[in-house]
Design a protein around this ligand. Structure first.
Ligand SMILES: NC(=O)c1ccc[n+]([C@@H]2O[C@H](COP(=O)([O-])OP(=O)(O)OC[C@H]3O[C@@H](n4cnc5c(N)ncnc54)[C@H](O)[C@@H]3O)[C@@H](O)[C@H]2O)c1
Length: 258
């Protein structure tokens, strides 16, 4: 059984979807949670939910593309909780658009948040985890970091970047004797606010057809739930995965198996 008793976990994008689900589960398993996000109101709601369930958490305002913000956040987490054991690089944005429709600014924005943000997080966490004697970094990539999907070039490129950034960081940390493990998680389609945004502006019939297409991608017969991903994050964050580093864990109902 994976337990996070005594650990301190910093989770980005903790105000919504997979980040909030991971924050709640890791707290339930004993971790003290630093919930980071752009959205302070919803981030504070995650903290309140953890407190209501008897856990301990604090909100940290953070834009993951801001390097100084990362330094301040990791410093703040160590001041508040005494150490940093776990970083979940979860914050991310989606862009569904053909290549000709995509401006360079839109391409860059996806890269900034989804890839540069993870790089900055790893860099800041290594500093913090060194002081704590080691740790575990979990990067939320996607099946779109393994397979190509039409109209998602920027998103796929950013998530593919996270996949190999993870492996490179894992080898560097292990060979450097830092006692820091780094792994990526690759969810299939998961029912979160990001997924629900696909249906914005669609009439009922188009939304139903789109939902059926998403479902059909998964041999298991349905899209995933946030907790399905949170359970993988819990395993990789905990000492139960102490020999696991540089791995890519798919949680996709079989999507990438065919
Ligand atoms: N939902 C899916 O189907 C799915 C599938 C595969 C991968 N993912 C990945 O999982 C992660 C979480 O997705 P989700 O579905 O929970 O999305 P979501 O939109 O519900 O939540 C994302 C959170 O990230 C925050 N965020 C966005 N940009 C930020 C920034 N610059 N700095 C700090 N916080 C920022 C948002 O405020 C929000 O709280 C993302 O990286 C996403 O790409 C999602």
């Amino acid at each position: 059984m994976a337990s996070l008793s005594g650990k301190v976990a910093l989770i980005t994008g903790a105000a919504s979807g997979l980040g909030r689900a991971s924050a709640l589960l890791l707290a339930e398993q004993g971790a003290r949670i630093a919930a980071a996000d752009l959205n302070a109101e919803a981030g504070e709601a995650t903290v309140a939910q953890i407190a209501a369930a008897g856990g301990e958490a604090a909100f940290f305002p953070l834009d993951v593309v801001d390097e100084d913000g990362w330094t301040a956040t990791v410093t703040g987490v160590i001041e508040r909780f005494g150490k940093l054991d776990v970083l979940v690089n979860n914050a991310g944005i989606e862009l569904v658009q053909s290549i000709p429709e995509t401006s360079f600014e839109e391409w860059r924005r996806v890269m900034d948040v989804n890839l540069d943000g993870v790089f900055l997080g790893i860099k800041a966490a290594i500093q913090g985890m060194r002081q704590s004697g080691g740790g575990s970094i979990v990067n939320i990539s996607s099946v779109a970091g393994i397979n190509g999907f039409s109209r998602q070039a920027a998103y796929c490129a950013s998530k593919g970047g996270v996949r190999l950034l993870t492996k490179s960081a894992a080898v560097e940390c292990a060979e450097g004797g830092l006692n820091i493990r780094v792994n990526s998680v690759h969810p299939g389609v998961i029912d979160t606010p990001m997924y629900q945004a696909f249906f914005d502006g669609m009439d009922e019939q188009s939304a139903k057809a789109a939902e059926e297409r998403f479902t059909a991608l998964h041999p298991i017969g349905h899209v995933g739930a946030s907790d399905d991903v949170a359970q993988c994050v819990l395993f990789l964050a905990s000492d139960a995965s102490k020999f696991v580093t540089g791995s890519e864990m798919v949680v996709d109902g079989g999507l990438t198996a065919r």
